[in-house]
Design a protein around this ligand. Structure first.
Ligand code: ASP
Length: 439
């Protein structure tokens, strides 16, 4: 069996937790390819090493002195090396970064050094080979991952190693220079490596027990999700973003390799397994989770005979697109079209969009209202169970929450309800209690 394991920044913030990581790896012979983030925060006010490295770049750009920030980075790694009791020349590495900054003064080069150094130190501590991510991961000039080259390189390279420590977060552009993913991107590196070595599982070790079925800031101690499909996770993405980088599902989507979210601080906890598809005949919960977000707006257009005007919707959406607005839903009725999008998109374009639609179609009525919260009730089992939608609607009525919009997604795995921002928390609490038996 082959397990690829990725550890996040809080799991690597000090020598103490790094030792804990090492013992988790040693506990299971199958944990053979290790992907590491840069050291994260040890306590709330602490700095993430990646943030310090980005600060060095900013200081350099502004012509400011970078000595203090580089010293802080050096001290973070020195304390790790000392705590681990290994012989590793941190100073030499920082000097290399300092001189390399002259030749390759890019933000990506600097930002990547936290992962690079952490993985080198850990490889030394474990006595395992270090494999640099630049030799595995390649990007197109556009910044997109070059999948064909990456998998060709990664498969060939990793075939030569039975075990390896690999830095997360970066690879190389087609010019050979370092290029990073977006923040939190070590999760993606882990997924790429898992695919390249045809792993049986990709374990993603972080600082929470897994995904929760509802927001713990609203529901105290919500049930944890044991298993969730990719599709469900996407629908719940309003709340899942901080646990796993969304793009890390992409490399594994057609491989059948599950992702297991585990907690470094509580390794005995079961975690959450993310699967591309639920195993056939597996008993799943009808509802997997409830998520939501405030701060949406409804752009509503009313016009007699709208339904017979072929191409009307397409033209409206073109105006929306031309104004750089990403919309979430477009509920329609015979003569009304609504476009629900985050209010921030209308901050600058509000009057312009209304005027453009008005000029193009002269509708009977057009208005934009803010203050809408969207709540998604998500579960692959929703479509197979009778009465869930009825319970949702009754629950809102009982809680005296006015439903502003409802969209039972064509994906058959969610029901989306729009309510006033002010009712958001009340609605989530009422729903959680009413649907508890289905989780
Ligand atoms: N160290 C990077 C960040 O802070 C990447 C990662 O941790 O995944 O975003």
């Amino acid at each position: 069996m082959v397990k690829v394991v990725k550890f996040g920044g809080t799991s690597l913030a000090s020598a103490e937790v790094i030792q804990q990581v090492a013992s988790i790896i040693k506990e299971d012979e199958d944990r053979r390819y290790v992907i590491l983030s840069a050291p994260g925060k040890r306590f709330k006010e602490d700095d993430k090493v990646t943030d310090l490295l980005i600060a060095v770049h900013e200081q350099r750009e502004k012509g400011q002195d970078t000595t203090d920030t580089l010293t802080r980075i050096e001290e973070r790694f020195q304390s790790i090396v000392q705590g681990l009791g290994i012989d590793f020349d941190v100073k030499k590495e920082i000097d290399t970064i300092r001189s390399h900054m002259q030749e390759e003064p890019s933000l990506d080069y600097l930002a990547s050094r936290g992962e690079y150094l952490n993985a080198k130190i850990f490889a030394e501590y474990m006595g395992w080979p270090f494999v640099d991510a630049c030799d595995l991961i390649r990007f197109h000039q556009s910044g997109m991952l070059n999948e064909s080259i990456t998998y060709a390189f990664a498969e060939r390279m990793l075939e030569q190693y039975d075990r390896a420590v690999i830095p997360g977060f970066y690879g190389a552009g087609n010019n050979g220079l370092i290029k990073t993913f977006s923040r939190g991107g070590s999760d993606i590196t882990g997924a790429i490596v898992a695919r390249a070595v045809k792993a049986d599982v990709y374990e993603n070790w972080t600082d929470v027990n897994g995904f929760m079925s509802a927001d713990p800031r609203i529901i105290s101690d919500p049930k944890q999700i044991d298993i969730i499909s990719y599709r469900e996770l996407r629908e719940l993405s309003y709340m899942g973003a901080s646990v796993l980088h969304e793009d890390s599902i992409f490399p594994l989507r057609n491989t059948g390799i599950p992702i297991l979210i585990k907690n470094t601080m509580n390794p005995k906890a079961k975690g959450t397994t993310i699967v591309s598809r639920y195993p056939v005949n597996m008993h799943t919960h009808a509802v997997t989770g409830i998520a939501g977000k405030k701060g949406f707006s409804n752009l509503q257009i009313e016009m007699a005979m709208m339904n017979s005007r072929i191409g009307f919707g397409a033209k409206v959406l073109q105006i929306i697109a031309d104004n750089g607005i990403s919309y979430e839903h477009t509920p329609t009725s015979i003569d009304i079209m609504s476009i629900i999008a985050e209010t921030q998109y209308f901050d600058k374009t509000r009057n312009k969009v209304i005027m453009e639609i008005d000029e193009a179609f002269h509708p009977d009525r057009i208005f934009l209202e803010d203050g809408i919260a969207l709540i998604a009730i998500v579960g692959e089992g929703i479509s197979k169970n009778v009465g869930i939608a009825a319970k949702v609607i009754q629950c809102f009525a009982d809680a005296k929450v006015n439903i502003r919009m409802i969209d039972a997604g064509c994906s058959e795995l969610n029901i989306i309800v729009g309510v006033e921002d002010a009712d958001y928390e009340k609605a989530i609490r009422a729903l959680y209690d009413r649907l508890y038996e289905y989780f």
